[in-house]
Design a protein around this ligand. Structure first.
Ligand code: IPM
Ligand code: MG
Length: 371
């Protein structure tokens, strides 16, 4: 069997910290989806990050690369933890993820952030300010200062210098810009491109290229903001944004800021797309302080699995059912400790069970039954 016949090979890379716990809940939901809908999933697990370092001395073992090369999609948990923090850069857990993005050619990272009415009280901002916020960050993922050379820490004149280099090639900006405009067409048709063109050459090039590409999407409104101004507007008027298109580094920062608008970083999923395969992972990290205690929020991981169904498996119905199930369960008041407030919290696995059961119910209802 292959994809055409409804078999999807999914690489599952749980990683470190809370990664394994939250990924298990996403797999649980996918298995239930499989029971009801036609397509089948075959899961192959691999090591990445600190756990891979401990077992194989590298953060991205060859076997994991080969599992991912053979997969329709990759579902990842999280990488990193204090026990590996003192390692030099090449052998830090984060390198596993960064190398995987490079190896798989994942150049665009989508990070949707939506403020749910039922969770509005959890936002760092006042309800009247965040209400209606529904934005999508489109982050360039394979270039910029994360990967430019020269880089390193060098001895010079009796002291040390640290060097990183931001590089953007025209085609790197073009391809991510196209994706942003295409995605905006499925939403409210507005792209905010974010840069620092008043200071940086890479940003001036970015702005030029985005403006040019924007001309072929005349139905999409394009505006440019400087990163500092955008960071402020995201707090002042978050609901004004639709698609935010930006570089690797700025996107990293803005996506954490956007997460705090929604009430908990434990809610936000992400998709990293290239031409061949795609990677789905929560925006949150490995949260070592709560790892292994059944306290982590599995929503971001389950929502990442929904994105996987949408973008890699073309199972829009199932994706929408999972998203609706998440909203319903949250609306009914289920809260993991990160979003607890005054209510009694549920565990990671309980939250997963609730969402799985609701997804199943919705998939059986006429609204979501596969057409
Ligand atoms: C993220 C993370 C990663 C990044 C780290 C873990 C390398 O912060 O996905 O936002 O900076 O891209
Ligand atoms: Mg980040």
């Amino acid at each position: 069997m292959n994809e055409m016949q409804g078999l999807f090979k999914i690489a599952v890379l749980p990683g470190d910290g809370i990664g394994p716990e939250v990924t298990a809940e996403a797999v649980k939901v996918l298995k239930l989806v499989e029971e009801i809908t036609g397509p089948r999933f075959r899961f192959h697990s691999g090591l990445i990050g600190g756990t891979a370092l401990d077992a194989t001395a590298v953060p991205l073992p060859a076997e994991t690369i080969s599992i991912c090369n053979n997969a329709t999609a990759i579902l990842l948990g999280a990488v990193g933890g204090p026990q590996w923090d003192s390692k030099r850069r090449e052998i830090r857990p984060e390198q596993g993820l960064l190398q995987l993005r490079q190896r798989m050619g994942l150049y665009v990272n989508l990070r949707p952030a939506k403020v749910l009415d039922s969770l509005i009280g959890l936002s760092a901002l006042k309800p009247e300010r965040v209400r209606g916020t529904d934005l999508l960050i489109v982050r360039e993922l394979m270039g910029g200062i994360y990967f430019g050379n020269p880089r390193g820490i060098f001895a010079k004149n009796g002291g040390r210098v640290g060097i990183n280099t931001e590089i953007y090639r025209e085609h790197e900006v073009e391809r991510v810009a196209h994706r942003a405009f295409q995605l905006a067409r499925l939403r409210r048709r507005k792209v905010t491109s974010v840069d620092k063109a008043n200071v940086l050459e890479t940003s001036r090039l970015w702005r030029d290229v985005v403006t040019r590409i924007g001309r072929s999407y005349a139905d999409v409104e394009l505006e440019h903001l400087y990163i500092d101004n955008c960071a402020m507007k995201l707090i002042d008027e978050p609901a004004r944004f639709d698609v935010i298109l930006t570089s690797n580094m700025f996107g990293d920062i803005l996506s954490d800021e956007a997460a705090s608008l929604t009430g908990s970083i434990g809610l936000l999923p992400s998709a990293s797309l290239g031409e061949r395969t795609a990677l789905y992972e929560p925006v949150h990290g490995s949260a070592p302080d709560i790892a292994g205690r059944n306290r982590a929020n599995p929503v971001a991981s389950i929502a990442s699995a929904a994105l996987m169904l949408r973008y890699s498996c073309r199972m829009e119905n199932a994706a929408a059912a999972i998203e609706a199930a998440i909203e319903k369960v949250l609306k009914r008041g289920a809260r993991t400790p990160d979003m607890q407030g005054k209510k009694r919290a549920v565990t990671t696995s309980r939250m997963g069970d609730l969402i799985a059961a609701e997804t199943q119910k919705l998939l059986k209802s006429s609204k979501f039954r596969a057409a």
